[in-house]
Design a protein around this ligand. Structure first.
Ligand code: MEV
Length: 324
């Protein structure tokens, strides 16, 4: 059985597409794949939770991903049935496609008894992400592969702070891996249950940017200032400042027109229920909102559930699983 981590972006989604820094954290939750049975021909993926069966010859991005991963195996194929289990919702801003890619790659490597290092896994996971999202920044697959906390940015726009533990060159940008928190910290994830597509939202921001760069560049640049400050607030347990910055980032994402009435209502309800800060996470347009209320997550979940929201608790800040 192999796992890919789900992720949240704490600060800087969309800004990172333009090279500004984003801070992402692996969740303690993710997606696992496991080989169920050998086969004489074909790879077949079973996703029982949603009653879905996919082979590499089917249409759609999941089949394309399966085909690409199978094609990249540097050996004759040993076919099998693969079972997929997810602890995170799909298409909801929590990096499910990247977590799926990493779990699938690791599972097929183990089944074929091939040793790859984390960097090779991450590179192939990036290609899978491109099937789902066009031209991703690489932040989701990197967190899904390595776990932990990381900053991602264009090194020409933003030199990594001296405290990053190590760096890794990605196809477009650089990832700077950060030291883990003294203790993992809880985050409440609120689901709007509104489906959306990352690519469409990234394209929407691109068209806004192209029509009026003078208006949008400063918004992206301001979001970019949050990533390293946010990490410092977390490490220094300056939780009020961290919460305030989540709210500021949500406001800037509204100005990029990637929020929606459901996310804004969830934001209001989370603050009214006692959260210290909240923001949409990932591409937006639906998906999930994260709310921060250290030590009081259960009360927050109870209050939000009473208002009809489906939410769950996750934690962030554990150490990296793989070292670059
Ligand atoms: C992806 O989770 C968030 C975006 O920043 C797109 C990307 O980084 O590729 C919107």
């Amino acid at each position: 059985m192999a796992q890919g981590y789900g992720k949240i972006i704490l600060f800087g989604e969309h800004a990172v597409v333009y090279g500004y820094p984003a801070l992402a954290a692996a969740l303690n939750l993710g997606i696992t794949c496991s080989v169920q049975a050998p086969r004489s021909s074909d790879f077949v993926l079973h996703f029982k939770q949603v009653n879905m069966v996919v082979t590499e010859h089917d249409p759609g991005p999941i089949a394309k991903a399966l085909k690409l991963v199978a094609q990249e195996l540097p050996c004759p194929k040993k076919y099998c049935d693969i079972e997929l289990n997810s602890e995170i919702p799909f298409r909801a801003g929590l990096g499910s496609s990247a977590a799926f890619a990493v779990a699938l790659i690791k599972t097929l490597l183990a089944w074929h008894e091939i040793q790859w290092n984390a960097e090779q896994i991450n590179q192939l996971a990036y290609q899978v992400e491109a099937i789902f999202h066009g031209t991703p920044s690489g932040i989701d697959n990197t967190v899904a592969t390595y776990g932990g906390l990381c900053l991602v940015a264009d090194p020409h726009k933003y030199p990594m702070p001296s405290y990053v533990a190590c760096t890794l060159a990605l196809p477009k940008f650089i990832a700077g891996f950060l030291l883990p928190l003294a203790e993992p910290i809880g985050i409440v994830v609120i689901q709007t249950n509104k489906d959306r597509e990352t690519k469409k939202l990234v394209d929407h921001v691109r068209s806004l940017y192209n029509t009026n760069p003078a208006l949008y560049e400063p918004i992206l640049a301001e979001m970019g200032t949050f990533a390293s400050k946010g990490y410092e607030f977390l490490v220094n347990q300056n939780y009020r400042a961290f919460g305030d910055m989540l709210n500021q980032n949500h406001t800037l994402l509204q100005r990029l027109e990637v929020s929606c009435p459901e996310l804004d209502q969830a934001h209001k309800d989370a603050l009214a229920a006692g959260a210290w800060g909240a923001k949409l996470t990932g591409a937006g347009g639906g998906g999930c909102l994260i709310a921060f209320c250290p030590g009081h997550e259960s009360e927050l979940i109870q209050e939000l559930s009473r208002k009809g929201w489906s939410c769950f608790m996750a934690s962030i800040g554990k150490k990296l699983t793989n070292t670059p």
